[in-house]
Design a protein around this ligand. Sequence first.
Ligand SMILES: Cc1ncc(COP(=O)(O)O)c(C=O)c1O
Ligand SMILES: Nc1c(O)cccc1C(=O)C[C@H](N)C(=O)O
Length: 427
Amino acid sequence: MRPAGPAPSDDDGPAAAAPLLARAHELDEAEPLRHLPGRYLLPEGLLYLDGNSLGALPAGVPDAVADAVRRQWGEGLVASWNTEGWWDAPQRVGDAVGRLVGAAPGQVVVGDSTSVQLFQCYVAAARMRPGRRVVVADPDAFPTDLHLLSSAARLADLEVVPARPHEVPAVLAARGGEVALLALAEVDYRTGERCDVAALTAAAHEVGALALWDLAHSVGATDVDLDAAGADLAVGCTYKHLSGGPGAPAWVYVAARHQRDVDPPLTGWHGHADPFAMDGRYVPADDVRRMRVGTPPVLSLLALEAALGTLDDVTAAQLRARSTSLVGLLVEALTALVPELPLAGPADPARLGGHVAVRSPDAWGVVRALAARGVVGDFRAPDLVRLGVAATTTTHADVVGAALALRAVLDADEHRGAEHAVRSTVT
Ligand SMILES: Cc1ncc(COP(=O)(O)O)c(C=O)c1O
Ligand SMILES: Nc1c(O)cccc1C(=O)C[C@H](N)C(=O)O
């Protein structure tokens, strides 16, 4: 963590800003994906640094959704399950997501929320490792992960052993043969810190455990490679860096080698080997389709498919390169312009996902004051100002602009206003 330092004097701000702004413009001009922001719709003049919560609207999505509603639903009616490929959309869209997380086709389905997929995976993993009762998990994980793990543990009689990512090797060494599952996120939703998926997966495998990854903050921001890492199970949202839209369905990955053994607890008819046999006996599909549950949110799935179409000609490595460049400049700009707010995570962009967080006892007021200046970040309790970069829409000029706005907020004491006293649920 970077130590807190003195605030720049009146002259330091602009002096430090000029070279940063010049470099931002150079980087934006040299950026191979500089055309990408033009494929998204954002309000004019807004500096949107919250795509790690809800990604911007891709320009093609409104027409795709209108077509899904008016033509596919309105005219095609029930026949659209076949003629428009609604029935197979979870696998088709799953493969499109899989391309961005290093999953060869046939290992990802999209349909339920991340919370549901997590629950499916916790219980399924415990069933795949009978006789082992321990799940090693990060106590600082996103709350839904912890809540669902706690319920799965009650249901399947599991013991949850807390370990932050850096503590995992020691905990695995201590609990070895008792461990059924290691459950972690690649990117810490608070600090942005990234851990080594391949190394930690290998450590889990060494003791015979499975590894489940929550990639909510990774997909579209990191170059995580599930197949290469040998991961067993993974889940992730699609409404953040993939811009699938509010409530867009999440995805689940099951490595091909586990698909005949994985035994999820929610055995809905869409996961049946022959759903239209209308057989009262459950026979799971013999591939990743068995992770499907019930009827998926088709309109949202089609919106997501259109959003992913925006990235058809872009690779995960290209997105990662742009994200890293943006995050690197954001860290540099924050370090230079607001040194009194320490970084919550590492300064090295290679060790970060798609967002950067700084600590402030007035974090909520800072976030509200930034919003009043047209800079959208978010607050995470108790003391974090989180600024996300989207490889799709954020520019280098945006990140320097956000750091400058933060400097101006602190200089003018705008974060201490009485109107910031009440905390809302979002941002
Ligand atoms: C790491 C992580 N997991 C899960 C979720 C959310 O899951 P759900 O989409 O089910 O609300 C989020 C964000 O909301 C998240 O950051
Ligand atoms: N999923 C969200 C929601 O349903 C409402 C408001 C925000 C969110 C988010 O995505 C929060 C986000 N996962 C986070 O890292 O804090």
